[in-house]
Design a protein around this ligand. Structure first.
Ligand SMILES: O=C(O)[C@H](O)COP(=O)(O)O
Length: 319
């Protein structure tokens, strides 16, 4: 039985699948060729990350598909309900990448409070005498310890962010339409840990009291953060988005950065992907990464194993 891992898959998952009798194809097939490829090779399982789109056209044209697997969390590139209505099983890996995404949030946050995004672009070449000017320009860094982070979306990733924030001595405010409270286990090197119970609060309270705001919600039709929300936030707030593009209004974010309402933004996702708007790309107060929240060796290995185990369980009687 053939599995096409069109956006790649780590070796650990391939090994498990091959040992169970599957053939794993890791050729990258262009979006326009995918229907033809699946039908020619009678692919039973299509595995994707966020790049390959699995819309109604692919589902309708590929009767050999039994499973569509998303190596990752967000399913916005797959017509999930339609696939299920056609008796195709749709799976993802909700837990495997939380730690990696949370660490990227802090990469952007540390970059923001110490101006790394800007100093990386400005360090002087030989003969350039601006070194002391740069020291002055970046002299007003702030510590994260003691500051308040507002976490919008308190699922697995939001809770991982909370755990790290508590470990750094930060205060946490969380907001979520579905989660009322969560017990966060903060662990330390010597196998000691503390449990902290966090109750979610209305988003207005979070916006009003946070020094930094980070978003951890699925793709939405409407913006969550725009001019109105920026106006509620503290002056000099930092904002991070490592979840989905299109939930922060980028035009209004740039206005808020230009008038110093927002001190910096850290963006891993954009309204326009893979090519963000030039105003975002050129902005000196934005730290940027190209949608790499889950792109660590560890997360991708966990994802591949989680996918493989689900596929083997679902198809074990058909191999
Ligand atoms: O939803 C996810 O899991 C992340 O956005 C990761 O996307 P990627 O697999 O394309 O890196």
């Amino acid at each position: 039985m053939k599995i096409l891992a069109n956006d790649g898959i780590s070796k650990a998952g391939i090994t498990l699948l091959e040992n169970a009798g599957f053939e794993v194809i890791t050729t990258k097939v262009a979006q326009e060729q995918i229907i033809n490829y699946i039908n020619t090779h009678q692919v039973a399982v299509l595995l994707v990350r966020s790049a390959t789109k699995v819309r109604k056209d692919v589902i309708d044209a590929c009767p050999s598909l039994k499973i569509i697997g998303r190596g990752g969390v967000g399913m916005d590139n797959i017509d999930v309900d339609y696939a299920i209505s056609k008796d195709i099983q749709v799976i993802n890996t909700p837990a495997s990448s939380s730690n990696s995404v949370a660490e990227l949030v802090f990469a952007h946050l540390f970059s923001g409070v110490r101006f790394l995004y800007d100093s990386n672009r400005n360090m002087p070449l030989e003969g350039d005498t601006r070194f002391n000017d740069l020291k002055k320009a970046y002299a007003n860094g702030i510590e994260l310890r003691g500051k308040t982070i507002g976490i919008i979306g308190f699922g697995r990733i939001g809770q991982s962010v909370a755990k790290m924030a508590l470990g750094l001595g930060m205060k946490v405010i969380a907001s979520d339409n579905f989660v009322g409270k969560a017990a966060i286990k903060v662990d330390f090197y010597n196998d000691q840990f503390i449990n902290v119970e966090i109750f979610t609060e209305p988003i207005e309270d979070l916006l009003k009291h946070s020094d930094f705001v980070t978003l951890h919600v699925p793709a939405q039709k409407d913006y969550i953060i725009g001019a109105k929300e920026f106006s509620i936030m503290k002056d000099g707030v930092g904002i991070i988005n490592c979840s989905r593009g299109g939930i922060i209004n980028e035009v209004e974010l740039i206005e808020a950065l230009d008038n110093n309402k927002v001190l910096f933004a850290g963006l891993d996702v954009f309204e326009d992907e893979p090519t963000p708007a030039v105003q975002v790309l050129m902005h000196p107060q934005i730290s940027m990464t190209p949608h790499i929240g889950a792109a660590t060796l560890e997360a991708q290995e966990r994802i591949s194993v989680e996918l493989a185990e689900q596929i083997i369980t679902l198809l074990k009687h058909e191999i």
